[in-house]
Design a protein around this ligand. Structure first.
Ligand code: TRP
Ligand code: ZN
Length: 881
């Protein structure tokens, strides 16, 4: 039992630990049903901390088997052990001592997937954030850094592969068919980076020569028969290693680097030193089973975890409040990697879409918190889009403000000054101040003030004088987090576009500093004046989404349409269209909700058609530009009293209108883009498939028949095209014979591949119809369904709750009730997963009154349920406020 009741932990209470743990020597004996852990901690009192302090080590569901100090067993009056704490008294006043702790674990019973557990027979660990304390009693906090030596013993046939962090030191045979391996990690690390893996695994091996000429042995381990599917992940790993050398001057530091793919995993992947452990979804790929999105995801996550070796591992976090120090920075790094490897503009578009879809709702609802939170009850609930994605935006703004070179100089100083440290956000910012001489005090508000700032832009053109006046205002609404509302430092990238396209020379005067194409807005309001213009230019503002704000501007419709065609910044061509579509759908949904028809205006369909046909544009960019915003995004734009049915109706109507406006074009596009020859996952080929599949959606909507999609499903030679066709069938033609036949055939074809069966559950769960609830409830009883595997639980429950606004938000509240019941069942097995899925309720306050009432009642019921975990209670209670 966990006795920790989730008392709030506060940043202001931070104190260094009273003891140091210099070295950990650990022996792990693995048996079926039982694991014996014997760890020897080489410890010392922290100098200057006095001698009275008793030692308090953390545990979680632990059972103490033995305890000895410097080789002698401790008598029971010297210590007190509970499942979550071990207190030891009378330790030496000075000098080093060795505390030997024995614990016994039952990994087969560990359904939380934190600590040591078994997945498909493989022993593996997950220690971030507080999982190491489920293995042995420890000072389980990121500012306690130790070197580790780990000896693993297991039956050789059951676990021929024995892995831990660092470099391999020794290996050999033991009696009774058992064997051992010893691993040595010379880099001091916090316990959350500890890992071990043991099992009968296949391996894909390779090697990498670093810039300074050291050879690193690379290995990706998988379940039996799967190693061939790790080839793309291996390629992505080598490209990541090279990129970190060239872009940031960072080399890998151990002799081996291993990745292990595991099928039961709470999140995406984990950056354990030298031994990354992955959800197999982010390792295993082949064209028949994976979509282009899956390929891009593998590349991103492989890069992300690898980049943590410097931003996270060599320099770690002082405490968990500093989580964005490693996560925001590492997301920024993986985004830059993808931008360099693929298309920079397209990457920035998908990042912006993702930010608006996940981070903005979080920042604008009850789960709001600053990028660096100041208190938490359960740290696992703070691995959020705000910490990760807004954290990355903050780093990106730093780069925009300081320029590439200034930013790089600050990063170099950070690596030099803090290598081996457990650092803070203040340490990080200080490096940029010291490297560039710039004062970042105001900029630091991005870490402290929660909420999405609003940037209001007004323009006024005086034709007689040829003068354009811009007024920029920023504001921040107080929200659930109750942080400040001081003006922030907003870098606003912009251009003035002439009527023939191309940027005009723009050297304004005014009250904000302008450096090249960036306005440095630091005050609540600033005015800029541009002189000598022969005609009113088109204002292209917030290029590259240079600050994560809500932009308010009375953009003239003709300006938007012109910028969608003319803007030399491809990102802002997308933004012009995306904002136009967003507002069109917002207004259309509002009209339909009020019982009026939605009138979209003919220019929307024609600009979409013109963009789709524009051969000068990269197909991937065209696909992004013509895709309609999601229903969740439209709902966010409506802000208040949202009726998800009206949103869906408006979106469906516009899809049909665009499709029928030029069905011929979409049909031709599909012809022209169809590929011949072997499948390749490269970005250019993926972009052509993406455009072709958006066209499929429009064409199907225009025809009102499933034929084209059904045909594509039969003839496609890759999962991207097959799955896109299946999605069109489930979304536009639910319940029709073609759709049912397609789902059945898809299942039969892929039933032996769990990653594809996840897709099969998910695509049914997001079908936007009230009746989907009955289908989803039936699927929960399917022989292949289980709540124990997080990917599978997410595929049905998560997809339904987070990806199906119509059915989840059913007016009768049945969608909420069904999800709430699943949450309670999942919570008994895996509280972290239950809490994560519960965040789908976070936007309930923006719904129309009847649904709001239903959601409120369900959250109350959840909160009053007996025995719910600290994890789930934390999310539910915060969501209610
Ligand atoms: N640090 C990991 C990453 O971002 C994520 C992570 C945190 C995690 N806690 C976890 C992964 C628990 C799996 C399970 O790369
Ligand atoms: Zn990370």
């Amino acid at each position: 039992m966990r006795t920790d009741q989730g008392q709030p932990i506060r940043l202001e209470d931070y104190q260094p630990a009273d003891f140091l743990i210099h070295h950990v020597d650990m022996t792990v004996q693995l048996f079926d049903g039982r694991v014996e852990i014997d760890s020897v901690l080489e410890m010392e009192r922290r100098p200057g901390r006095g001698t009275a302090a008793l030692l308090e080590l953390e545990g979680d569901e632990l059972e103490l088997a033995s305890l000895a100090l410097d080789g002698s067993p401790l008598s029971t009056d010297r210590y007190h052990a509970t499942p979550d704490r071990l207190r030891v008294e009378g330790l030496p006043a000075s000098g080093r001592f060795r505390l030997a702790i024995g614990t016994r674990l039952a990994p087969e019973d560990n359904t939380k997937l934190m600590g040591l557990y078994r997945s498909s027979g493989i022993w593996c660990t997950q220690c971030e954030a507080e999982g190491f304390r489920r293995i042995t009693y420890f000072l389980d906090r990121p500012d306690v850094l130790s070197t580790y030596r780990v000896r693993l013993e297991a039956d050789r046939s059951q676990a021929p592969v024995l892995l831990s962090n660092g470099n391999p030191a020794e290996a050999g045979d033991l009696p009774d068919g058992r064997h051992f391996a010893v691993w040595d990690d010379p880099f001091p690390k916090p316990s959350y980076l500890f890992a071990l893996v043991a099992g009968d695994l296949d391996v894909l091996s390779d090697s990498f020569r670093t810039l300074s000429g050291r050879d690193v042995a690379l290995a990706i381990y998988t379940e039996k028969g799967q190693a061939g599917r790790a080839a793309y992940a291996m390629d992505a790993l080598k490209r990541s290693m090279r990129w970190d050398e060239t872009r940031f001057g960072r080399e890998y530091d151990l002799d081996v680097f291993s990745v292990v793919a595991i099928s039961d995993f709470n999140m995406g992947a984990m950056e354990n030193k030298g031994l990354n452990i992955f959800n197999h979804k982010y390792v295993l790929l082949d064209p028949d089973a994976a979509t282009d999105g899956d390929y891009a995801g593998v590349e991103t996550v492989i890069a992300h975890e690898y980049f943590h070796n410097w931003t996270g591992n060599r320099i770690t976090c002082r405490d968990w409040f500093q989580l964005c120090l490693k996560e925001g920075l590492t997301v920024y790094r993986d985004q830059e990697f993808s931008a360099d490897e693929r298309s920079r503009a397209v990457k920035r578009i998908t990042t912006t879409r993702n930010l608006k879809a996940h981070q903005f709702p979080e920042d604008q609802g009850p789960l709001q918190h600053p990028v660096r939170p100041e208190q938490y009850r359960e740290i696992n609930n703070f691995y959020t889009s705000t910490v990760y994605d807004k954290g990355a935006e903050v780093v990106r703004m730093l780069e925009t403000i300081l320029g590439r070179d200034g930013f790089r100089a600050g990063m170099d100083l950070y690596f030099e000054r803090h290598d081996g440290d457990a650092a803070t956000i203040e340490d990080f910012l200080r490096c940029f101040e010291d490297a560039t001489g710039k004062d970042l005090a105001q900029f630091a508000l991005w870490y402290h003030q929660a909420g999405t700032p609003t940037l209001t832009v007004e323009d006024d053109f005086d034709p007689a004088r040829g003068r354009l006046t811009l007024t920029l205002r920023q504001s921040l609404q107080p929200g659930a987090a109750r942080t400040g509302t001081e003006p922030m430092y907003l870098p606003v990238r912009f251009g003035l576009v002439g009527h023939n396209g191309g940027d005009l020379e723009a050297r304004p005067t005014g009250t904000a500093e302008v450096v090249d194409d960036v306005i440095h807005l630091r005050e609540r309001e600033a005015t800029l004046v541009f002189e000598g213009l022969s005609a009113r230019p088109y204002l292209s503002i917030l290029r590259d989404f240079s600050a994560p704000v809500t932009l308010r501007m009375d953009e003239r419709r003709e300006d938007r349409l012109a910028l969608a065609r003319l803007d030399p910044a491809p990102f802002n061509r997308w933004r012009a269209l995306s904002d136009l579509l967003g507002e069109t759908l917002r207004d259309g949904a509002r009209a339909m909700q009020a019982g009026r028809p939605a009138a979209f205006g003919p220019d929307v369909a024609s600009i979409i058609a013109a963009t789709a046909a524009d051969e000068a544009l990269d197909p991937a960019l065209r696909a992004e530009a013509i895709a309609l915003p999601s229903e969740t995004e439209i709902a966010r734009l409506i802000e208040r009293d949202v009726d998800p049915d009206a949103v869906h109706a408006a979106r469906t109507a516009l899809l049909g209108e665009i499709g029928t406006h030029d069905a011929r074009l979409f049909s031709d596009l599909r012809e022209r883009l169809s590929h011949a020859g072997a499948f390749s996952p490269d970005a250019a080929s993926a972009g052509r498939r993406a455009l072709r599949n958006v066209a499929l959606g429009y064409l199907s909507a225009a025809e009102g028949r499933p034929d084209v999609a059904a045909r594509q499903l039969e003839t496609a030679d890759n999962m991207t095209d097959r799955f896109a066709a299946l999605a069109v069938l489930c979304q536009q033609f639910p319940g029709q014979p073609e759709t049912e036949a397609a789902l059945a055939a898809f299942y039969t074809r892929h039933r032996h591949d769990p990653l594809v069966i996840d897709k099969w559950f998910a695509i049914q769960a997001v079908s936007p119809h009230a009746g989907t609830l009955d289908r989803v409830a039936a699927l929960a009883g399917h022989a292949d369904f289980t709540l124990r595997n997080p990917n599978r639980a997410r595929s049905l429950v998560g997809s339904f709750a987070a990806g199906n606004p119509v059915a989840f938000n059913r007016a009768d509240g049945e969608g909420y009730r069904w999800v709430a019941d699943r949450l309670l069942a999942i919570d008994k097995l895996n509280p972290q997963l239950a809490a994560r899925l519960a965040t789908s309720f976070r936007s309930w306050q923006s719904l129309e009154p009847a649904r709001r009432e239903q959601a409120k009642n369900i959250l109350k019921t959840l909160s009053e349920s007996n025995g719910i975990s600290v994890d789930l209670r934390d999310i539910v209670d915060r969501s209610r406020t």
